[in-house]
Design a binder for this molecule. Structure first.
Ligand code: CA
Length: 225
């Protein structure tokens, strides 16, 4: 696994490189934000460790630029700041995790392993399954260029399904993610909403993207059915 460390403190950068190399990682070191951004754009790193306070381009901007350039590798932010707003800003710009200096190298390694376990997949702003498109920012759903009107709950269900294409989702799991704790009914409510969704996103277009997997749950076909 190849890791890019973007860190302007020479001592810390060298320490990280040696430590990570000793663990078997291939490590590149960038000493400012511009160099880090350039390297991470040119090379397919498996993970980036990114300081926030950097010369030339700060870590927030580097992170946002990488996501805008459709670079989806895990990004772990490393910083001396420890305010909750800084943490939120880091995550909002697309970082996956956050570690405050001074940190334990053992904990850093554990975080890196956890991030590498996650599959790296695209996390685009607009979700698509074939010609079925959902834009979370605009709350718009379309199929074959036609707008589809959904109730808020139908929309939430579809968004959850589209964020997990080709994955069988149980009723219980769907309930946990689409309904809040105030919902006191049983899991069969999911059946009702799946039926409603099919009548809007599939039936009018002659598709069957939203499939029932008998005894297991539901699945939205990544190709849109
Ligand atoms: Ca720094």
């Amino acid at each position: 696994m190849r890791i890019l460390v973007v860190e302007d403190e020479v001592t810390l950068g060298g320490y990280l490189r040696r430590g990570l190399e000793a663990e078997g990682f291939a490590v590149d070191l960038a000493e400012d934000g511009e160099q880090g951004l350039w390297l991470a754009t040119e090379i397919e790193y498996d993970l980036v460790i990114l300081d926030i306070m950097l010369p030339k381009r700060n870590g927030y901007l580097v992170c946002a630029d990488l996501r805008a350039a459709e670079r989806w590798m895990p990004i772990l932010m490393l910083t001396a700041k420890d305010g909750e707003h800084d943490e939120a800003e880091g995550l909002d710009t697309g970082a996956d995790d956050y570690l405050t200096k001074p940190f334990s190298f053992v904990v850093l390694l554990a975080r890196i392993r956890a991030l590498l376990r996650r599959t790296v997949h695209e996390r685009p702003a607009v979700l698509a399954a074939g010609d079925l498109v959902l834009d979370p920012a605009r709350r718009v759903v379309r199929r074959c260029e036609a707008d589809i009107e959904l109730t808020p709950r139908e929309y939430a269900l579809l968004e959850y399904l589209m964020r997990h294409p080709d994955v069988v989702l149980s009723k219980t799991r769907i309930i946990e993610h689409v309904w809040d704790w105030r919902y006191e009914g049983g899991p069969n409510i999911v059946e009702v909403y799946v039926g409603q969704l099919r009548r809007k996103i599939d039936a009018p277009f002659g598709r069957c993207a939203l499939k029932t997997v008998r005894g297991a749950g539901y699945l939205l076909a990544a190709d849109g059915g």
